[in-house]
Design a protein around this ligand. Structure first.
Ligand code: F6R
Length: 244
């Protein structure tokens, strides 16, 4: 695992876009799983600028949705698919048909999860995972405790996730209590994993991710000792951690 520490959120977004773009130029038909949430938004804006300048062609990519709230349709304002579409798919010119979705309002969500894992396997695995870090150490909505081989599945959101997601939608009562998430097994098997971490409120969980024991109670701790993982943190999140 490599830790890169940069000055602030702007530098983090530039660095992440630079590394992400390099990866995508090397693999123009890559299968990518990409987070929503606040942290990667600056990276996605930079990727869109690269595309607008003709320096990145995203037309061959295949996107796999990282997570979605159970029960919400794609046109609900809180839909994570809608968020991904506005922030990444449309700006990069990736059409809906190149996306493998975790449809939140399907009649049988368990079979959506099974079909997702089958689609990942058929694609030969994920090439690039772009992830944020939850304050409880979650990746996607793999809430603690989680096993290293957990498949894509329906989960209950942890209290910390309900609290943090409340800031996206204007209150805890607006946050659905259950979600579909790409499993730890999918994420950890990705060929390259980029984790973006910003702000002092992530300092303690980033320290536990990198220096604490590898434990189901901190899902991101499973990233330790994997050479394909790059964490980009700003100084506020890194605290006393230094680049490694
Ligand atoms: C988002 C997701 C979450 C977030 C994490 C950090 O699709 O799956 O794991 O990446 O909760 O969220 P932010 O970036 O808002 O701090």
């Amino acid at each position: 695992m490599k830790l890169i520490v940069v000055k602030d959120y702007q530098a983090l977004s530039r660095e992440a876009a630079h590394r992400g773009a390099e990866e995508l130029r090397a693999h123009p038909n890559a299968s990518v799983v990409a987070a929503t949430g606040d942290t990667p938004m600056g990276m996605y804006a930079h990727l869109a600028e690269l595309r607008d300048r003709g320096e990145l062609d995203a037309s061959g990519l295949r996107l796999f949705q990282l997570d979605s709230y159970l029960g919400l349709s794609a046109d609900d304002p809180r839909s994570l698919y809608g968020w991904m579409k506005r922030s990444l798919l449309d700006p990069l010119g990736i059409p809906d048909e190149r996306v493998v979705r975790l449809t939140g309002d399907a009649p049988d969500p368990d079979s959506v999860c099974e079909a997702y894992d089958a689609a990942v396997a058929a694609a030969g695995g994920i090439d690039l995972a772009i992830l944020g870090l939850g304050r409880n150490g979650h990746l996607g909505f793999n809430e603690p405790p989680v096993q290293v081989d957990a498949p894509t599945r329906v989960v209950a959101l942890a209290t910390e996730s309900i609290e943090s997601n409340a800031s996206y939608w204007g209150g805890q009562d607006r946050v659905p209590r259950r979600a579909l998430t790409a499993g730890m097994s999918v994420l950890l098997k990705s060929r390259a994993i980029l984790v973006l971490v910003s702000g002092t409120r992530k300092q303690e969980i980033l320290r536990r991710t990198i220096e604490g024991p590898i434990t189901p109670d901190v899902p991101a701790s499973y990233l330790q000792h994997r050479s394909n993982v790059t964490i980009i943190a700003d100084r506020d999140a890194a605290g006393s951690l230094s680049a490694q």
